[in-house]
Design a protein around this ligand. Structure first.
Ligand code: GLP
Length: 241
């Protein structure tokens, strides 16, 4: 039974459910008890139980399936926003198996936005690769990278389905990615994105634009990535000076 007091009952139930999920008592993908069961167990009205569940669905901790019930969501990947890392190292740090499917690669002429980011003339030829990035076989992101340095056309011969771009740039080409500017923006998945990412069209995704610099502040990569909104959480520590 829940307590009567200053903490609203729907909120108490929310925290009980959250505790069951974070403690691992309720596993990702498993159904949670029905509204009726929760009402009986905690002595609540149907409306109160529904409010708790709806808020947890909105927070992403639970998800509903039409006609089937409510389930525990898969945990998200927490990605820090302080250090410059690449996808392969991010997954390895989490003991996940990184995977890559190259969707296309080519030498292309820089458009105006790319030219501005990479500080080159529009029309200059660059290496472009679009990759689907996976963790343990599950698609997480679509990344489109435009790379500029003298000799970047040799990247056409690399096997980017199996090798890390950042490791190649650093170890083989002497172009270590050292710093980056990055922006994050909310978006809805388009049809092609949804198909590759195995989500529904219109689902939430995060659009990330990154300009990566090598030494002497020389722009190396302009990347546009679309990350699944249901899989990622970004974290940064803020200081008040
Ligand atoms: C991140 C960045 C991309 C970068 C990639 C390199 O995911 N968002 O801009 O291209 O890492 O990853 P990897 O070294 O695994 O190819």
């Amino acid at each position: 039974m829940l307590k009567n007091g200053p903490v609203p009952r729907y909120y108490q139930l929310k925290e009980i459910i959250r505790q069951k999920v974070t403690s691992g008592q309720w596993n990702p993908g498993a159904p949670i008890p029905s509204e009726r069961e929760l009402c009986e167990q905690y002595g609540l009205s149907r409306m109160t139980a529904r409010q708790s569940i709806t808020e947890l669905v909105n927070e992403g901790l639970l998800y509903r399936e039409q006609g089937k019930g409510t389930f525990v969501s898969q945990p998200k990947i927490t990605q820090q926003l302080i250090q410059l890392t690449g996808f392969t190292e991010d997954m390895q740090a989490r003991s996940k198996r990184p995977g890559t499917q190259v969707l296309n690669h080519a030498m292309v002429a820089a458009d105006a936005a790319t030219a501005a980011a990479l500080r080159i003339k529009p029309g200059q030829l660059l290496f472009k690769v679009q990759r689907l990035r996976l963790a343990n076989g599950e698609p997480l992101a679509i990344e489109t990278s435009l790379i500029n340095f003298i000799g970047c056309e040799h990247l056409m011969d690399e096997d980017l389905g199996h090798e890390s771009l950042y490791q190649l740039l650093e170890k083989k080409y002497g172009q270590p990615p050292l710093e980056a500017d990055q922006e994050l923006e909310a978006r809805l998945a388009g049809e092609d994105e949804a198909r590759w990412l195995k989500i529904a069209k219109g689902d939430a995704v995060l659009l990330i634009r990154r300009t990566t610099y090598t030494d002497r502040n020389q722009p190396l990569e302009f990347a546009r990535s679309v990350y699944r909104g249901d899989k990622y959480r970004f974290y940064t520590r803020l200081n008040r000076k």
